[in-house]
Design a protein around this ligand. Structure first.
Ligand code: SF4
Length: 266
């Protein structure tokens, strides 16, 4: 992997992403579907979120229809996700709130979204990014882990990571960070057993020196010369500019103008 953008969003269009939200938006650009899918995704694998979302939206795809639906039927449809009973209640609550407060529309400001039941920072930001193409940084455990490993931030929680990323990362990158880091975090930089030999960022990764790969190289330096990691050799000592190095993973040159999920070419 040379670059996350080139690998996961070659055309610079979020709708071509591989996460459940990107796939749902690719089929229908509806912020309400993004909101409901994001609630379903909490503490659930992306694959299960996609399955449950598709089952649900095939029958109920508006605030009114979900608000009026039989709770047992909602539970049955979203059963693939964890905590499906609680989530059936949650999606009915948020649907009713949209009908009562916003005429059935999904608001498009962070503050208004945060006032809805079951909506926290990650969900609000997902709606803004995937639903409205607004530059924000939804931060889940993948984005938190990858950002810390790459040296973009040093934080203890996704909430802290979101705040630090918004201060550190130029706004031109915000729209795609979630999609790129989630894909990278699932494919390569896994929580346990990251696939460092397939990674391009070993040179500046803060976590790499602690991995079994780096330890093996320290024990057997010749092994690295024979099979170097894609990021080059592991000379971590004395290296500065982590943030600049880490930002280089979001290759500006690959991002093109996209009518809905727009971003200015830097
Ligand atoms: S070198 Fe390993 S730990 Fe570091 S970013 Fe790459 S895959 Fe993740």
């Amino acid at each position: 992997m040379r670059d996350l953008s080139r690998r996961y969003l070659p055309a610079g269009d979020l709708r071509e992403g591989g996460t459940a939200l990107a796939k749902i938006v690719a089929e229908r650009e509806d912020p309400f579907l993004v909101l409901i899918s994001t609630i379903l995704s909490q503490r659930t694998r992306d694959e299960k979120t996609e399955i449950a979302s598709r089952r649900l939206f095939a029958k109920y795809d508006t605030p009114q229809s979900i608000a009026d639906a039989d709770a047992a039927d909602l539970e049955r449809l979203i059963k693939p996700v964890g905590f499906y009973r609680q989530k059936a209640v949650q999606i009915q609550k948020v649907s009713r709130a949209l009908l009562d407060r916003h005429g059935g529309s999904v608001p498009r400001t962070y503050e208004e979204l945060m006032e809805l039941p079951q909506v926290g920072p990650k969900t609000a930001n997902c709606v803004l990014v995937y639903g409205y193409g607004e530059p924000r940084i939804p931060t889940d455990t993948h984005v938190h882990r990858v950002s810390n490993r790459l040296g973009l931030v040093r934080t203890k929680s996704p909430e802290q990571t979101e705040q630090r990323l918004m201060r550190t990362v130029p706004k031109d990158y915000w729209l795609h960070i979630n999609e790129l880091f989630i894909r990278f975090g699932k494919d390569i930089c896994r929580p346990i057993g990251p696939r460092c030999p397939e990674c391009s960022f070993t040179k500046f990764c803060r976590h790499y020196p602690r991995t079994k790969w780096a330890k093996a190289v320290r024990r057997h330096p010749r092994a690295e010369r024979a099979h170097p990691p894609r990021g080059g050799t592991s000379g971590h000592e004395g290296r500065g500019g982590h943030v600049d190095d880490a930002l280089s993973v979001l290759d500006r040159s690959d991002r093109t103008s996209c009518p809905r999920f727009r971003h200015r070419a830097p």
